[in-house]
Design a protein around this ligand. Structure first.
Ligand code: F1P
Length: 353
């Protein structure tokens, strides 16, 4: 039997190398360039998924609008079939599914193709799955697939790939180059990030976990929250950073770890919330690209990504501290992050065909 969490930690640590392999494969196949030529112009792009793949959709959608200037939104797959009014028409749907088996995603694909006659884009990390039978423009990242139930490198690799498609669509050469430099820039940062998160977990026992982010970092905050829930069965919540003042800050205490995933665009406004939460006695972790006197003063723990790339291109790297937090907290609680309580690797609904 592998040690508890053995798959998850090796998959987290393999992220920079996996990103590099995915980017090299996409460049050598030219797949995204050919898709881009075939896809209709000037449509709203709708990113669709479940669980981690829905939070990925949120980060991808926000990046899409920033990088292409076009309209975009994220919708959970279940909403497509239960409340189809939520779908703007016409649109370009993008189905996100690590396993390629998730019932709600396959039902959404069927509805879009057969009822609305819309050809979807689909991205997955598995081969020979039902999503492959759909008439989609299919992107397969087999190198990013995982043994663990929880999504880590599949989440970040699929996000980077959709960001690359956005950069191609938006004719953003700088953003393409930035994503290509990410694995090399981030890999050396891993050791210190891992040490900071491990020290944080070893030195504290929290009752509540809160994750805060704005723009593309809101989806990243959502996923960080889910990693702590899944791998450590802890109570965790997520809000837009400035929304936390509007009521939820009532829960703040020293037993509450409040993690800020800080954007550049909202830097000053988000740091003002950090200052306030520190004054209220919360324990704080700041994930930012660069240091700052306010962060030094108000963050009990700080992770600096120090990546010389545009803000949105840092989204994938920004989720790694949350992945490690979930992992080390789960291990500390004697759990197995590879097989979280009550979870299966794929959600199959009974009524699914
Ligand atoms: C994703 C997902 C995961 C969750 C669990 C069940 O499905 O919901 O986010 O952690 O592993 O599956 P998919 O991306 O394979 O459709």
């Amino acid at each position: 039997m592998p040690d508890p969490g053995a798959n998850t930690i090796s998959e987290i640590l393999s992220e920079p190398a996996t990103w590099k392999s995915c980017l090299e494969e996409l460049e050598s196949t030219g797949q995204l360039l050919s898709f881009n030529e075939k896809l209709a112009g000037d449509l709203e792009w709708v990113f669709i998924g479940c669980g981690s793949s829905f939070y990925l959709a949120q980060a991808a959608s926000s990046t899409w609008s920033i990088v292409t200037g076009g309209k975009s939104r994220a919708i959970p797959a279940s909403e497509i079939t239960l409340f189809p009014q939520s779908l703007p028409l016409p649109c370009q749907p993008v189905l996100i599914t690590r396993s390629g088996h998730t019932s709600e995603v396959l039902q959404a694909a069927e509805y879009l193709e057969e009822k609305l006659n819309i050809r979807t884009v689909a991205i997955t990390c598995a081969g020979g799955t039902p999503i492959e039978k759909k008439d989609s423009y299919l992107i397969k990242l087999l190198v990013a697939d995982e043994k663990s139930t929880v999504m880590t490198r599949s989440f970040t690799s699929m996000l980077i790939t959709l960001q690359l498609l956005a950069a191609i669509r938006g004719v953003r050469r700088d953003f393409v180059d930035a994503l290509r430099s990410l694995p090399e820039q981030f890999a050396p940062r891993f050791v210190s990030i891992r040490a900071t998160v491990k020290t944080l977990v070893d030195s504290n026992n929290f009752a509540d976990y809160v994750f805060l982010g704005q723009g593309p970092f809101f989806g990243i905050a959502q996923e960080s929250m889910l990693k702590v829930k899944e791998m450590s069965c802890s109570y965790a919540q997520c809000f837009h950073t400035l929304e936390f003042r509007h009521g939820p800050k009532a829960i703040v205490s020293p037993q509450t770890l409040v993690t800020f995933i800080i954007s550049e665009t909202g830097f000053d406004a988000e740091l003002a919330v950090l200052e306030e939460i520190k004054r209220l006695g919360g324990t704080t972790l700041a994930v930012s690209n660069a240091g700052d006197p306010v962060i030094h003063r108000c963050a009990d723990y700080a992770v600096e990504l120090a990546l010389n790339i545009p803000e949105a291109a840092r989204a994938a790297a920004s989720v790694v501290p949350g992945q490690l937090l979930g992992f080390y907290t789960g291990i500390k609680k004697g759990l197995n992050p590879d097989e979280p309580r009550n979870l299966s690797r794929v959600v199959l609904l009974e009524n699914a065909k």
